[in-house]
Design a protein around this ligand. Structure first.
Ligand code: AP5
Ligand code: MG
Length: 198
C-alpha cells in the first residue's frame, strides 16, 4: 500500500518527483495544479472559477478543490486504494478534511514527503521555466506571491503531519535522481511501519 503526499513550495520538484515516484510504485500521480490547469484549458465551470486565482498565485477556494479531489479519489463510491498526491492538502482546512475522510474510508496517508529547497533556488528554477515553456503563473511577481502564500497557508501543515509521525523531510537540491534516491531511502521505514499497522 502506498498513499503519500508531496508537500513543498512552488518549484521544489513536486511534479518532477511525483511522476517518478508514482511510476516506481505503480500508483496514480494526482496533482491538483495539473487537474485545475486542465479544467482551465477545457473552460469548465471549475476552470472559469479557478483561473483568476491561479493567475494571481492565490489559492483556489478550499471547497472547489476538495470537491475536485473527492471526485477523483472517491472514484464513484470505490475509493482509490493507493495514490500519490501533489499539491493537496495545501491548507489546514484541506488537511483536516483529508484526515477525516481518510479515517472514515481507511485511506489515511502513510507518508508526507517534504522537499526542502532554498528560496533563491526555487525562484531560479521557476523564472527559468517561465522563460523556457511559460506557465502563466511563472512570472517573477506571481512567483513571489506563490511563495508567500505557501508560507502563510501551507507551511503550517508541517506541524500537523509531524505530530502524526508521518513527515519525511528530504533535501530537494542536487540532481533529480539524487532527490529520488533520498526520498526512496526515507520512505522505507514509513512504509514498513504502515504495513505492520495495516
Ligand atoms: P501547482 O501546480 O501545484 O504549482 P506550485 O505549487 O506553484 O508548484 P510548481 O508546480 O510550480 O512546482 P513543483 O513543486 O511541482 O516543481 P516542478 O517539479 O514543476 O499549483 C498551481 C496553482 O493551482 C496554485 O497557485 C493554486 O492557485 C492552485 N492550486 C493547486 N492546488 C491547490 C490546492 N490544493 N488548493 C488551492 N489551490 C490550489 O519543478 C519546477 C522546475 O524546476 C521545473 O522546471 C523542473 O524541471 C525543475 N527542477 C525540478 N527538480 C529539479 C532539480 N532537482 N534540479 C534542478 N531543477 C529541477
Ligand atoms: Mg507542480
Amino acid at each position: 500500500m502506498f498513499r503519500a503526499l508531496l508537500l513543498a513550495p512552488p518549484g521544489a520538484g513536486k511534479g518532477t518527483q511525483g511522476e517518478r515516484l508514482a511510476a516506481r510504485h505503480g500508483v496514480p500521480h494526482l496533482a491538483t495544479g495539473d487537474l485545475l490547469r486542465d479544467h482551465v484549458a477545457r473552460g469548465t465551470d471549475l476552470g472559469r472559477a479557478a483561473k483568476e486565482h491561479m493567475d494571481a498565485g492565490r489559492l483556489v477556494p478550499d471547497q472547489l478543490v476538495i470537491d475536485m479531489v473527492l471526485r477523483r479519489i472517491g472514484n464513484d463510491g470505490k475509493p482509490l486504494q493507493d495514490f500519490l498526491l501533489d499539491g493537496f492538502p495545501r491548507t489546514l482546512t484541506q488537511a483536516r478534511f483529508a484526515y477525516e475522510w481518510g479515517k472514515q474510508n481507511h485511506r489515511t496517508f502513510h507518508a508526507v514527503i517534504m522537499l526542502e529547497v532554498p528560496e533563491d533556488e526555487l525562484v531560479r528554477r521557476l523564472v527559468q521555466r517561465g522563460r523556457d515553456s511559460g506557465r502563466s503563473d511563472d512570472t517573477e511577481d506571481v512567483i513571489r506571491n506563490r511563495l508567500h502564500v505557501y508560507e502563510e497557508n501551507t507551511a503550517p501543515l508541517v506541524g500537523f503531519y509531524e505530530a502524526r509521525g508521518i513527515l519525511l523531510r528530504v533535501d530537494g537540491t542536487g540532481t533529480v535522481e539524487e532527490v529520488t534516491e533520498r526520498i526512496e531511502a526515507g520512505l522505507v521505514p514509513l512504509l514498513e511501519g504502515s504495513a505492520t499497522r495495516g
